[in-house]
Design a protein around this ligand. Structure first.
Ligand SMILES: Cc1cc2nc3c(=O)[nH]c(=O)nc-3n(C[C@H](O)[C@H](O)[C@H](O)COP(=O)(O)OP(=O)(O)OC[C@H]3O[C@@H](n4cnc5c(N)ncnc54)[C@H](O)[C@@H]3O)c2cc1C
Ligand code: FES
Length: 323
């Protein structure tokens, strides 16, 4: 269950292009699982930045002199994250969490590949710990545009069987994208599940790769959010349910982790016509309802009694006379 906590900044430090913010947040740390996120109030009490900002949980510590702590990793994207980057030790901070649905762990100890893009790697390390506790083989693929935007390479190396690094400019690891090396890692590790967090384009490519290999994928999405708790519908995405029907689903409560094969990636940001409740779907449903009141069986011209016999008799006569 999510709680709102008046926490405190324990520490903030720079790692490459990112900031690692540690916060005292008792009540959140204890219930957080890999894939959950927190929503932070930004800008202070008199700020016009009304909406909370969402961040994946990087680490939690449940005990300690301060109580539970929660870490996030972020880059400066705008005024909210700039404000966060200015925080000092002991500054108060208002946190809501843990939010969303976490990654689902496999029931069997199967090989898993964890794929992170930029700060999207952050939630994958606690996931790796959980998977290893279950006896799963863990391989990492981490990528970013440049070396300074790569997060957690050393940590990933420490807790995995292997790690592959890609940067788009070739400043570290192989030049290219995570999905360029992913097939090789899947084949080598005989992996059964892909777990991914990063930009939408990367998630779509990971989900496609999983489908190509006939394996399962779970993707933590980052659709823009306003309330973070399922009320405003800002974060909806077209997702296919167990019944094969597409629904607009709230990524803050039904996600942010989704099965990769269920998200209609190329239609994110739109409402596909066949989505339950869409204008086109409603129109089609209404049309079929009205169509149902039309006659079910269309009356045909039935032959008058004896007519059949007459035709047959006549035919028979003809045939008879012809023979
Ligand atoms: C579930 C979830 C987890 C996230 N985890 C992290 C994380 O671990 N680390 C991190 O740095 N950021 C994360 N984000 C993105 C983060 O919430 C935004 O960067 C932040 O809200 C920007 O706030 P701002 O006031 O600084 O910038 P704004 O002025 O709000 O936005 C600045 C720019 O960032 C873009 N932006 C805003 N929200 C998002 C978003 N959700 N995804 C992509 N671009 C966005 C805006 O379009 C704009 O161009 C996450 C978002 C979600 C929904
Ligand atoms: S952000 Fe409001 S419903 Fe998801």
């Amino acid at each position: 269950m999510a709680v709102q906590v008046k926490g405190e900044v324990l520490d903030i430090r720079r790692i490459g292009s990112y900031f690692n913010l540690s916060m005292v947040a008792p009540g959140i740390a204890e219930h957080a699982r890999p894939g959950h996120f927190v929503a932070l109030n930004v800008g202070g009490d008199s700020s016009s930045l009304l909406l909370r900002r969402a961040f994946s949980i990087y680490r939690t510590e449940q005990r300690g002199v301060y109580g539970g702590t929660v870490d996030i990793v972020f880059s400066i994207a705008g005024p909210g994250t700039a404000w966060l980057a200015d925080r000092q030790r002991h500054d108060p901070i208002d946190i809501v969490g843990p939010l969303g649905r976490p990654f689902v762990l496999p029931a069997e100890p199967v090989p898993c590949v964890l794929i992170g893009g930029g700060y999207g790697a952050a939630p994958l390390f606690t996931l790796a710990e959980k998977l290893r506790e279950r006896g799963c083989r863990v391989d990492f693929v981490l990528g970013a545009s440049t070396e300074d935007r790569l997060f957690g390479a050393l940590e990933g190396k420490r807790m995995s069987q292997s790690i592959a690094i890609t940067t788009e400019d070739g400043s570290l690891g192989e030049r290219g994208r995570v999905t360029d090396v992913l097939p090789r890692i899947i084949e080598r590790s005989d992996s059964a599940v892909l777990y991914a967090c990063g930009p939408m384009g990367m998630l779509q490519a990971v989900a496609k790769t999983a489908e190509r290999y006939g394996i399962h994928s779970q993707c933590a999405v980052e659709e823009s959010m306003a309330c973070g708790v399922g009320v405003c519908m800002t974060c909806v995405m077209p997702v296919i349910g167990d019944d094969g029907q597409t629904r607009m689903v709230r990524s803050c409560v039904e996600g942010p982790v989704f099965r990769g094969d269920r998200v209609r990636w190329s239609e994110v940001g739109t409402v596909p016509d066949d989505t339950i409740g869409s204008i086109a779907w409603t129109q089609a449903t209404n049309d079929s309802l009205f169509a149902a009141s039309a006659p079910v069986a269309v009356e045909e011209d039935l032959p008058v009694d004896g007519e059949d016999a007459f035709v047959e008799a006549s035919d028979a006569d003809d045939e008879g006379s012809a023979s």
